[in-house]
Design a protein around this ligand. Structure first.
Ligand SMILES: Cc1ncc(COP(=O)(O)O)c(C=O)c1O
Length: 373
């Protein structure tokens, strides 16, 4: 590794989080959601760890993400969370991925490619109110009948997705659960067999037992992050990722001098500033200084001293600070008894921790520790 900036991923934490979620969700099984390169943690390493810890399914957004898991030797069922474009169907069949379906056109074009001798399992997605993708509840029976009639597709599951499960008191959670139950009742009344039902993301798994059904699809909690502020501490989870770097340069600046583009914040007193070789091209928001962002050096919180630049940022270590090139900087994670979390960044930046970890760019090497033996 030549770059003195890296994301450390603790696979022991992933394993423990998976085990904790399996315990919460039981008897439902766990599907580990590893799309977007495992929320920035590395899909293959996380998937291997999750499966070894008991996850029976994996889920991704894109056929290419599924193929990368197959190429790495992962053999468990892999769910595609959206209906792929027709151009992708060949690969989906060849890679034995389990597609989500909902459009009549998609089902028809997939059915032509699949083999009646060896039907391809599909999961029917019902839109119970998020209005992103899925078949409308009123059309679910017809769409399920279409799947069954193909002969080359097998209806293995029916599922939905929850838009407000991270707000446990939101009334829509119950409305949605009722709508979904009504769809399941209609399907069964129409004689359609549904081997597997799933609805819960991490938040629903933790907060809404009624939505767990047979399988829960957990992403953020696998990585040890809370699905939202109202669910902080809802399960015994440990963040798997920390973002670290080494100080590249140290300077002493006089009172009134400013640093970085715009020279926006004149130092209130003589001080020591340290340059850290990580920037907004790596996922550290340019705005982080304006909203009070801090990093850890020598076990102390140090504020960003100026605008984050593309590849570097500058930290105010305080007057007389003992800091030297090569010292470790923790941007996200623990150092001594201090911790900066992805949730802290998210709160400052007005976003969610998902966006913080997914935003850590590919230039940042991932270093894996705690690999379960
Ligand atoms: C359809 C679907 N299911 C499950 C998940 C996992 O959600 P979470 O990371 O909140 O557990 C996602 C993530 O966005 C999703 O899109």
């Amino acid at each position: 590794m030549t770059r003195p900036a890296w994301a450390e991923v603790d696979l022991g934490a992933v394993r423990d989080n998976v085990r904790a979620l399996i315990e919460v969700a039981a008897p439902a099984q766990l599907c580990a959601v590893v799309k977007a390169d495992g929320y920035g943690h590395g899909a293959v390493e996380v998937a291997r760890t999750a499966v070894a810890a008991g996850a029976t399914w994996l889920a991704v957004a894109l056929p290419d993400e599924g193929r990368a898991l197959r190429d790495a030797g992962l053999d468990v069922p892999i769910l595609l969370l959206s209906e792929p474009e027709p151009e992708a169907w060949d690969g989906v069949v060849a890679d034995r991925l389990t597609p989500t379906v909902y459009s009549s056109k998609g089902i028809a074009s997939l059915a032509v490619l699949a083999d009646t001798e060896k039907p391809l399992g599909v999961h029917l997605k019902v839109d119970t109110g998020m209005h992103r993708v899925g078949v409308a509840p009123a059309e679910a029976v017809d769409r399920a009948r279409q799947v069954v009639a193909t002969g080359s597709l097998r209806l293995d599951a029916v599922w939905t997705h929850c838009p407000v499960a991270d707000e446990p008191e939101h009334p829509f959670n119950q409305i949605q659960a009722d709508r979904f139950d009504a769809v399941l009742t209609d399907l069964r009344a129409a004689g359609i067999d549904i081997p597997l039902v799933h609805a819960a993301n991490s938040a629903a798994t933790l907060a809404h037992p009624r939505l767990r059904h047979d399988l829960v699809r957990c992403g953020i909690a696998v990585y040890g992050l809370d699905p939202g502020p109202q669910l902080r501490g809802a399960a015994d989870l440990r963040p798997a990722l920390s973002l670290r770097a080494r100080v590249s340069h140290v300077q002493h600046i006089a009172k009134g001098e400013a640093v970085s583009y715009g020279l926006r914040r004149p130092a209130p007193a003589d001080t020591t500033v340290a340059t850290v070789p990580v920037g907004y091209a790596d996922g550290v928001a340019r705005r982080l200084q304006e909203v009070g962002g801090q990093v850890l050096i020598g076990g102390r919180r140090c504020p960003l001293a100026g605008t984050v630049t593309m590849d570097q940022l500058i930290v105010d270590c305080g007057p007389g600070a003992e800091v030297a090139p090569g010292d470790e900087v923790v941007l996200i994670g623990r150092q001594g008894d201090q911790e900066v979390t992805a949730a802290e960044w998210a709160d400052r930046l007005g976003t969610i921790s998902y966006e913080i970890v997914c935003g850590i760019g590919p230039r940042v090497p991932r270093v894996y520790v705690g690999r379960p033996s």
